[in-house]
Unconditional design. Structure first.
Length: 471
């Protein structure tokens, strides 16, 4: 056992189980110190939603209790912004005579620059810095093609990722050593711009409970039901993964019961959910290999020359859920009211903004981050680029979602629509997906008229994109 005085720097890994950096920091005779830096200025620049900041703070409160029970004291410092992290950590390490600092990597450009700067400052002071990859199943650089390059398409990535996973995944849960208990002190009073997130139970135990419920009761119908926003077939773990209250390793391990050949031989529900975890990793790996994705650039470079429309009124109508397309409006209202939106609706609403309104996808990307409790920059950026046909594995540009057909297919009785668009509660199933004629006949005019005609908008989008694609 080493006599070095150690510390763990928590970031988007607010848990004790399957936390590689914490586990290693605890391999010592004395308890490590723990620190979390509040960087609200940077969070706001990164468009973090107030509801996510509230959820993060509540998760920290739970982590504080769990660490105290392990004999580890959690310190909170208000650094303001990433650029102050080096100074704040240097001060912390001096104050507590820290010889070695552990943390789990993050992959977007600002985070990588912060970590490089922190490493330089601390190593200059003689503090050893130890970076790990505890937020991924497979770290970047381990999933490469035969030419030794990273994958630019998801399907071959997923195939290779599973092969690496079969060799690399450790079935033993990483549980940190415990030390004599310390009293949990309340977190300091730091004023954050927050919105109430109490409709989500916070913390690691809540995440593990949700995982148990999902794997025990719902995962087997995940493939057939995941596109139905009117039903509950998803894991509802995305907010917990975003703040690191649960590790993707813990999530994947829960699927092992379905197949002795894991990650192969899974039934279709668990297999489809594992593929969703692979998508999450794919976007993190892309961020690591392509720093320009962190700068608002499209993966497909030629698409950065698209002439987007300036349409403040259209954008405002989309943001408020007043487009006159019921399925789009239902999704946007769910987002604004709860901080979450069903994944099928994320695709439908994003497709509508970009392809029906011809508004720059980056505006929608920022709006989602400003409202999502599960806002994760790599996943949100990847999803928007996919929907806008400008990213890797993008929807072919000529595939434009018809919002009415999407509605008929995925919310057949209009249950989801009626739940969020209260003006349409009395509209019969037959008319719910396109209610305007029925509303007019019945002299009901509370619902907004459509702001665009889909067929014409589709033609406009295709003509604009063809110029870029075929010059």
């Amino acid at each position: 056992m080493s006599t070095l005085k150690k510390a763990i720097w928590f970031r988007s890994d607010l848990r004790t189980l399957d936390n590689e950096a914490l586990y290693l920091a605890c391999q010592s005779k004395s308890a490590p110190e723990a620190i979390f830096l509040v960087c609200e200025d940077t969070w706001q620049r990164h468009h973090w939603a107030p509801v996510k900041q509230d959820f993060l703070w509540r998760t920290l409160e739970v982590l504080n209790e769990k660490l105290s029970a392990l004999g580890i004291k959690l310190h909170i410092k208000n650094a303001g912004r990433f650029s102050n992290a080096g100074g704040a950590l240097r001060e912390f390490c001096k104050e507590h005579s820290i010889d070695k600092l552990y943390f789990n990597a993050e992959y977007a450009l600002d985070e990588k620059n912060r970590d490089r700067a922190v490493t330089a400052v601390l190593e200059n002071d003689g503090v050893e810095v130890s970076q790990h990859h505890g937020n991924l199943l497979i770290k970047p650089g381990m999933v490469k093609n035969q030419q030794g390059e990273y994958y630019k398409k998801f399907t071959p990535f997923n195939k290779r990722w599973r092969a690496v996973l079969a060799k690399e995944m450790d079935v033993t849960p990483l549980k940190p050593n415990s030390f004599p208990n310390v009293n949990a002190e309340p977190l300091p009073n730091i004023s954050l711009k927050t919105e109430d997130s109490s409709h989500y139970s916070a913390g690691e135990d809540a995440a593990l409970s949700k995982l148990g419920q999902f794997v025990g009761h719902s995962v087997e119908t995940y493939k057939s039901g995941r596109d139905r926003p009117d039903q509950r077939h998803t894991s509802e773990l995305s907010a917990y993964l975003a703040v690191g209250a649960i590790s993707p390793v813990t999530a994947a391990r829960a699927l092992q019961r379905f197949s002795p050949e894991f990650p192969y031989g899974l039934p279709e529900g668990p297999d489809t959910w594992l593929t969703e975890l692979a998508w999450r990793e794919f976007y993190q790996h892309l961020m690591d290999f392509e720093p320009r994705l962190s700068k608002g650039e499209s993966f497909q470079r030629e698409t950065d020359s698209i002439q987007w429309r300036d349409d403040d009124e259209g954008f405002k109508a989309w943001c408020e859920g007043k487009t006159g397309y019921p399925i789009v409006d239902a999704g946007m209202r769910q987002l604004k009211e709860t901080g979450w939106m069903h994944n099928r609706l994320r695709m439908i609403t994003a497709n509508f903004l970009v392809k029906d309104l011809l508004i720059d996808w980056r505006k929608g990307e920022a709006f989602f981050m400003q409202h999502l409790i599960d806002g994760s920059f790599p996943a949100n950026n990847g999803g928007w680029q996919w929907s806008a046909s400008v990213g890797t594995d993008a929807v072919p540009y000529f595939r434009v979602f018809n919002p009415v057909k999407q509605s008929e297919k995925f919310d057949p009785q209009g249950t989801y629509i009626r739940n969020w668009v209260k003006e349409l509660e009395s509209v019969p199933d037959k008319h719910i997906h396109w209610p305007h004629e029925w509303l007019s006949k019945n002299q009901q005019n509370e619902y907004c008229p459509p702001i665009v005609e889909h067929k014409a908008a589709r033609e406009r989008f295709l003509a604009t994109f063809k110029q870029v694609k075929h010059g």
